[in-house]
Design a protein around this ligand. Structure first.
Ligand code: ZN
Length: 558
């Protein structure tokens, strides 16, 4: 007997199993999952979206505009209402590209015999522009070491201690405190430990710039990755007047050791001091100026949104969101075979297909769920989660009314598994919902297999978390039916090496959809349970996003 027939042959079994969780899943709902979410309904949209004709779906390119049109018309034909602004299917927005040219040498005045200290572009420092104008500059600013640069009331941690940091260049450690399980979730990297938080945190202090000290353990990747990812055009949403720093820099540990020493300080002692919650910012006795030019470009792309109103007169104002990004990298550098189309079949035509089949499952129910369902295909994920961030900042439904975001990014293409990875594990009450449905499928839920990589912050559920919306982010299981223990991990690592973000991420005859079907049905049933529940999901007490959720809920109450 296959797993799927175990799951859906007996609805009595389903109801019994769920009675323990205080929830029933009616036979009509499991039937909808069974009928709407199949190999064919998943494969067909992938075949279209990943075809050569869509040319890799780069933001603003014709291929991605076709994908946008296709996804919107699919939702329309299923009976969804336009979920974008002003009754439209599309939420259009600009993406700003900035290509900065920084000087070969960045010079620092420390006084004393070793001054000036010079850092060389590429080997010692890498930087991006924090501003979208044609020029940026820092003028005779003082360097201040601010430890981790973190303000986290839930951990009673504030590295700034009220010091005036306006106009300064902040020198920061990467990652978050990771030596104590009670602090910042121990080894797990929270948002506080990511570079994007560091630069935003510096901007909130009114700083002129920030330099993150790179070490391979604290970044999770070597210096070459910093060089590769910061030297090209950087994309962001248009400036809306939020605080910005001029220079977002990285420097190697060696370079910073040399620089700090020239000012008479010892980097190791500074790092040791930063381990204490009583740490205070340390002026380094060093000043610097730097100016640079930017090439600025602007293109337009769109999120696609379709709404299926709920059946409960009160709860229908609350919404279960399913999201998947529709963009990829377009046409670029050819691979060894000469293929230059970045098809993005797994990443993320597969996620779009998952959301489409779930949209269809909801639309085919004889009785709508109590809460509404929003199917959201977001743009420009590969450029830094820009479409989901734009939606989160300009939601068509207030963030406090969004019950959950269930996000799809790269489905399982290797076959059926006895387990499923929950990358959002440990963060919210949605864990229990996923565990309940997984148990029904006879599967185990396992936590993120790479907790130090911070995957929760690397796809679109994170943009929702930033405005307080809990997320469910699943990844494939690793215990494959009929395969040896290590097989799944090997397949995945091989795929990451040979296909991830390469033209070879194509739909071909090697794909096995059985696991994708199971995972998508699991996500649909989890979303249905959340849409039916009396209360919306909550963050676990003390979670990094709990405070912003409370505010969003209060704002949405009006
Ligand atoms: Zn990707």
């Amino acid at each position: 007997m296959t797993l799927r027939s175990t799951l859906f042959a007996s609805c009595a079994l389903l109801v019994t199993a769920l009675a323990g969780a205080g929830t029933d899943i009616p036979a009509t709902v499991t039937a909808a999952a069974h009928n709407a979410i199949t190999r064919a309904s998943l494969e067909a949209p992938i075949r279209f979206l990943a075809s050569d004709d869509l040319e890799g779906r780069a933001p603003a390119a014709r291929g991605d505009e076709l994908a946008i049109l296709y996804l919107a018309t699919q939702l329309e034909s299923m009976g969804y209402e336009p979920g974008g602004p002003k009754g439209q299917w599309q939420q259009r927005f600009d993406v700003v590209g900035v290509k900065a040219s920084f000087p070969k040498v960045w010079s620092f005045e420390a006084g004393g015999p070793h001054s000036p200290v010079q850092l060389n572009w590429w080997d010692d420092y890498i930087a991006g522009s924090g501003v979208q104008q044609n020029q940026g500059a820092v003028d005779n600013a003082e360097l201040v070491f601010v430890g981790y640069g973190i303000q986290a009331p839930e951990y009673r941690w504030d590295d700034f201690k009220g010091m005036d940091l306006r106009g300064k260049v902040l020198v920061m450690l990467n990652n978050d405190p990771d030596w104590d399980p009670k602090l910042f979730a121990g080894k797990r990297r929270l948002y506080y430990g990511r570079w994007s938080y560091k630069y935003e945190s510096a901007a909130r202090q009114g700083a002129a710039g920030a330099i993150i000290i790179h070490t391979t353990p604290s970044a999770g990747y070597p210096w070459q990755v910093v060089q590769a990812s910061w030297s090209g055009t950087q994309f962001s949403l248009p400036d809306e007047g939020e605080p910005r720093i001029q220079v977002k820099a990285w420097a190697t540990e060696d370079a910073m050791r040399r620089l700090v020493k020239a000012g008479g300080k010892d980097l190791d002692k500074l790092i040791a001091a930063a381990h204490s919650p009583r740490f205070k910012p340390v002026p380094l006795g060093i000043r610097t100026s730097i100016s640079f030019t930017n090439e600025v470009s602007r293109v337009q792309t769109a999120n696609v949104a379709g709404l299926l109103p709920g059946s409960d007169p009160k709860l229908k104002s609350e919404v279960v969101v399913f999201s998947a990004h529709h963009d990829h990298f377009g046409i670029g550098k050819p691979d060894a075979s000469g293929d230059k189309i970045y098809h993005g079949a797994a990443d993320n035509a597969s996620g779009c297909a998952q959301a489409l089949t779930i949209a269809h499952a909801f639309a085919s129910l004889p009785q709508r769920p109590r809460r509404s369902v929003l199917i959201l295909f977001v743009a420009a994920e590969e450029q830094g989660l820009l479409g989901s961030l734009y939606y989160a900042l300009h939601p068509t439904i207030p963030a406090g009314k969004l019950a959950v975001d269930i996000n799809f990014d790269t489905a399982n293409i290797f076959g059926r598994t006895r387990d499923i990875t929950l990358r959002s594990e440990g963060k919210s009450s949605t864990d229990q919902v996923v565990e309940t449905v997984a148990r029904l499928q006879g599967r185990a839920v396992i936590p993120d297999q790479f907790p130090d990589r911070g995957y929760y912050y690397r796809s679109d559920q994170f943009s929702f978390a930033k405005v307080g919306v809990p997320g469910i982010y699943l990844d494939q299981g690793f215990d494959f039916v009929g395969r040896p223990a290590n097989w799944g991990r090997e397949q995945r690592e091989h795929w990451e090496e040979t296909q991830y973000h390469q033209p070879s991420d194509r739909l071909d005859g090697t794909w096995n959809f059985d696991g994708m079907v199971d995972d998508t049905q699991l996500a649909f049933l989890s979303g249905w349970l959340i849409a039916q529940a009396d209360a919306m999901p909550t963050w676990k007490a003390g979670d990094e996003f709990e405070a912003v959720r409370k505010k969003a809920l209060a704002d949405a109450k009006d």
